[in-house]
Structures are given as structure tokens and as C-alpha cells.
Design a protein around this ligand. Sequence first.
Ligand code: DGJ
Length: 739
Amino acid sequence: MKIYLKCIFYSLGITLFFSTVAVGQNTKVIEVKTKSTSLVYAVDQSKRLIFQYYGKAVDASDNFLRQQAYPKPDTNRDFSYEAYPTFGLGNINEPALSVIHADGSLNTELAFEGEETKSPQPGVSETVILLKDRIYNLTVELHLKAFEEEDVITQWAVIGNQEDGSVQLTRFASSFLPIKAERYYLTHFYGAWAGEMNVTEEKLENGIKVIECKKGVRTTQTENPSFILSVNNPAMENAGDCYGGALAWSGNYRLDFQVDESKRLNITTGINPFLSSWSLKAGERFTTPEMIYTFSSRGRGQVSRNLHDWGRKYGMVGGNKIHDIVLNSWEGAYFTFNENTLTGMMDDAAEMGIETFVLDDGWFGNKYPRNSDHAGLGDWQTNEKKLPRGLDYLIDYAHSKGLKFGLWIEPEMVNPESELAEKHPEWIVQSPGREKIVWRNQLLLDLSNPKVQDFVYSVFDSLLTTHPGIECIKWDANRHVEQAGSTFLPATEQTHFWVSYTEGLYNVYKRIRTKYPDFVIQDCASGGGRLDYGALKYHNEFWTSDNTDPLSRIFIQYGTNLIYPPVGTASHVSTSPNHQTMRVTPLKFRFDVAMTGRLGMELQPKDIQGKDREFAMEAIKNYKQYVRPLITNGDLYRLKSPYDEGGWASQMYVSKENSSVVLFVFSLEPHLRGVFPTVKLNGLDPTKTYQIEEINMNGWSHFWGDGQTFKADYLMNAGLELQIGVQYDSAVFILKEIK
Ligand code: DGJ
């Protein structure tokens, strides 16, 4: 039934006259469901696709069908929120899409054309909603992919141009989500080199809060394209309605959080349109990156667990597989090594129980040897002076010790002092006539150029073809884009550079993954500078930060694991004093912290001798036996935040069947004598009983009940009184179900 409303509104003596508004019932409801969440859209009588709801699962589609819109003052529109708002709708909020049509028109208005839902694989459904401009032959497909068990819904848009000529896309978001609540609290991430993923939470007020990157490459060194949004109250670990979001894109991104005039929060996420208008030729389609969403009414802890489950299964390579313990050569050798240095490191690594040796930077370049970061990038031939018997000698040596061999590359970059820069100056990102801006003495190769894509692919492929014994690659990227410009792209398409670079990178990765589907690749960009689900799709893990100080890592990994899975979080024990912070910490503290993620080492192992070596070997054994299976497939529960007052941090991982647990507790500050933490466990089956045992011990136990059995109910409610108080003291406990 259509209702026609005519209103006269009096306010402060001003009379506002509303024109006649057609407000009617919806004609169709489109529901996307997972185990515990629902996302609902409706099509109204004028064929608009209206956002209705995203949150805890509801079974009330008939109510959404009967729902009616409220008229809006001053306009013949209403307060409905279109699913993918465009400029030209009469909506003054940030649009998801703005287009300059072939005839120059700036307005776009989408109408519902049809919808289809398929199930590409068990546990996954994909709904595609087709929208078309009411006048022009411009279409938008909204893709909504639901992951039943993980409570994740991903969204992206495909924009198609069937107009008579090219259209310009000036804004092309992946997703639009309007949320209605009393208050909004946004948790997001900020940082710098060696200090990534700091956590901050703020209350959103009217206006727009933007999280964005314009750096082109190494886009997550400062902000990260992910967030947690808590409604009505600041986020809590185990209670409250929380949304988690992450954009799968390694280029410039922009996440807008606009609290509008009606106090609704509009979240618009996608590629950053900054200097990036995209000219879409007739007949072409543009696919936006995937935006990953989850919701939980049980706090941000469950948001993280949903994202971890989704990430391990769908968002990264080999996420549910056991990851090797690595010795990486960087902090132990930097650029200064010869064959003996490396074989010596391998001897020690093998003795200590390490599984993969990774040779980091410094192994390549002959005319311009890579003896520092000043030269050699681009010349991926083994340095004959340092390594006269070539890589194969080292690979064979590693294998003879029972180790796998991994290698560092940075194939997107070039030093001006390199044979590659001499041979292909046109491949370098540049702005004609301007001096090139170097950063870490290096320049960027233009991945929008297919020839450069071929080159970057061939760096990877030739290394693996020539040296089939290589079993892991660390892929680094150590600068961003200060000056854009491509000699390949035409003048009219220079704004395509940013998107084309990232798509070029993904093209290379797609080729690599077609030939090497399971090969281990570590994602690194000066540490965590490329930590997003777009890159992770092609990687098995990421180098979390160049900062290996355990205290810093507690904070960095706390932030990282709010969104990204611990199994991918490369976490290495380094030397003391730490090379980045000069902080002195005990070896046990360094190990215990590194064991909360993918354990590795980043030092000269011969420096660890005597009792320390015995401790390290025992810790590595414990990690393999007890901890690693839980980091790989368990559920993370954060018990004490390092950001809270008190000076503690604690977290646990519990197996999916609730049968085993690893508990970590850290003292971050000196505490007064007798000030100890009580740690209450979480996520256990209250009917079960567990035996507790401390591992990685340095003589005495931190718990009076070590070795005894406890009911889950006690562990979760009374908690463990632990004797930890000295700064940088720590404890690790294993709990096993007793039947
Ligand atoms: C930056 C990385 O984050 C480090 O781990 C190391 O690989 C250096 N680059 C090498 O140049």
C-alpha cells in the first residue's frame, strides 16, 4: 500500500513545507546469513535497494517487508539508506560511488534489477545483487559472500560500463554500511616503522573520521585498513555488540566513518580515490577489493576469533598448517657474512631444533655488490665474492643439517647503483623532468607495466627453477611512493598508477601461486608495512615488525592479533640489548613472548651458550610439542591487556575441542613486593577438569598448584594466583584435559 504524506513542520517559527513523498512498503527482502549474523537489504516500491540491518541473526524477514520509510524535511526523499549510495541521489553523505558519465553528467541513481545466490563451496554462499542506473547503461553488481561458520560476510562491487563512451569513476567503494546506535566507539591502529599496530579507541562524533593511506606501497606502516567498532559502549573483550572490518587491499585505502545528521554511522570503505580517478572504457568492468566484515554480540574477543578462523581458512596460504621455526640471518649477520658465517649459523640452528634457515639481505649483486643498502637491488645474481660456491652450496649444506633453506628478495625495488637501473631506467616510477626521490637509497619499479610484472615474476621463478632446493621466500618492500608517474601509462591514465601498481603486484602473485600453490612466502615491508588481507591471500605469514624487543612486541602483537591470525605472526627471539630499543631483557622473557606467535630466532645463535642454550633448546622443544598446535588451530582469548593499568599482559590459546590450553602471563613493570596478578581463564568447557603444568621454567614455578588438577569453573572464576611481579618475568603454562 502506498501512503502519501503531506506535512507542515514548525520549528523556531520557520515553516518548512515537505513536498509529496512516496513512502511505501518494501517489495522484496534480501537476507545474507551466517551462523549468528544477518545482513538484510530490501527493495522498495521505486526499486531502490535499501540497507536494513546488519547484526545478530534475526528471523523476521516479513517485518522488513512491511517496513516503511520516514519522509525527510526539505526534499522529496526519505531517510532510507541505499545499499550503495551514489552521488545524485539527493543524499549529501559521502557516496560509495561517484561517476562522470560519458556525456559529462555527474549524477547516478541505481535501481534494483535482480539478485542471485549461489554456493561456491560448502559453508560459503555468494549473493550478487544487480543494480543499474535509471537512465544510463551503467551497472553495479554488489557481491556479498557469507562464511557460515566464521560469521564473516565479505563485500565488493563490480562496476560495468555499457555507455557509449568512457566514464570516469571518481569514487568506487567496496562497501557501504550504515549502522544505527546511540554511540559509536572506533578501535583502530596507528604506528611507524618498528612500532606498528598501536591500538587506540575513540568515540565518534558528528563529522567524518578518515583512516587512509596515500603511500601507494608499504601502506600499513602507519595506519592499517582494519578496525573494530563497538556500539553504545567502548569495546569489551567478552561482551557487547562489536563489528570488525578489514579491507583486502595493499594499495591506497580509505575508510570513512561519518556520523551524519540523523546520528547514523555510515562506514564507506575501499580504494582511496586520491588522485586515482579511473577511466572505464565502454564494455569494461572495474572490480573493487573485498571488504571483510564480522559481527559479534560477545565483544571484540569473538570478533578477533572470527577473523582468525576466516583468515586461516580463506584469507591466507596454509593458515591451518604447522609453520616452521625459523632462524633468519638479518640481525645476526646483516650485510656482513661469508659462507662460514652462514654455515656456522646453520650448525647452531640445527642443533637447537630450528627447522628453516632464511638468508636475508646481502647475498646478491656483483658489479654493484649488495654490501649495504646503497647498491645492488635489482641484480638478483649471487654475489660471487661472498658466496663463491653459490646458493646451491648453502642450500645443500642446510639440507645436510636437516634444515629447509629460505631466501630474502625485494623484487619491486631497484638501487640507482645497479645494473638493472642502467639497463631499464624506463621501468622506474618517475615524473618526467623531476629529480627522483630516493628512500633507503632505492627507487620503485613500475608494476603497472606488464614488462615489469614479467621481470618481478621472473626474479621469483628463476630463483626457484635454478635452485629448486629453496623452500621459502621472504618478500620485502622497503619504501613507499613519494612521487607517482609511469612511462608505461598514457598521459590520460596517469591517475591509474596507484591501482594499476597494486593490481600489477597481485598479477605477479597470481602467476606465482598458480605455479607454486603451497610454497612458503613471508610478507614483509620493513616489518609490518604490508599487513592486509589483500597481501595475505598470497602469503603464509608476515614479518610483524622490525622491532624484535619483547616488550614492544607484546604491544605490537596485541594490536596485530586483534585482526590478523597469530599463526601468521612471525615473532623472533633476538639478542639483548635489543638492536632497535637497546632494552635488556632475560632470554626467557624473549622466548615466552616469541612463543605467542610463529616462533623464530633473529640473532647469531653461537652467542647463546651454556645454560642459555639449554633453555633455548628446551623452549623450542616445548613450542613444537605443546604450543605450536594451539597457535596454529586454537582460539585466542586475551585475558589481560598490556594497555590496561597494572603492568601485566596475559593471553591463552585453547584447542577447538577444549582439551588443551597454553597460557602466557607477562610482567611488564616492576611491581611492589606481593603484588601479583590473578589470571582468570576463558573459553573452557565448564564441565571439564584440567591438569596444569608450567613449561619454560627457570628453576622454580610461578604457581603454587603446578602439576595439580583444577576444574574449569575454578580456573575461569577464581583464577590462578601467580607469583609474578618482577619486571620482565613471565610464565607459560600448559593445561591438559583430564578425563
Ligand atoms: C627490512 C626487513 O623488515 C628486515 O627484516 C630485513 O629483511 C631488512 N629489510 C633487509 O634489508
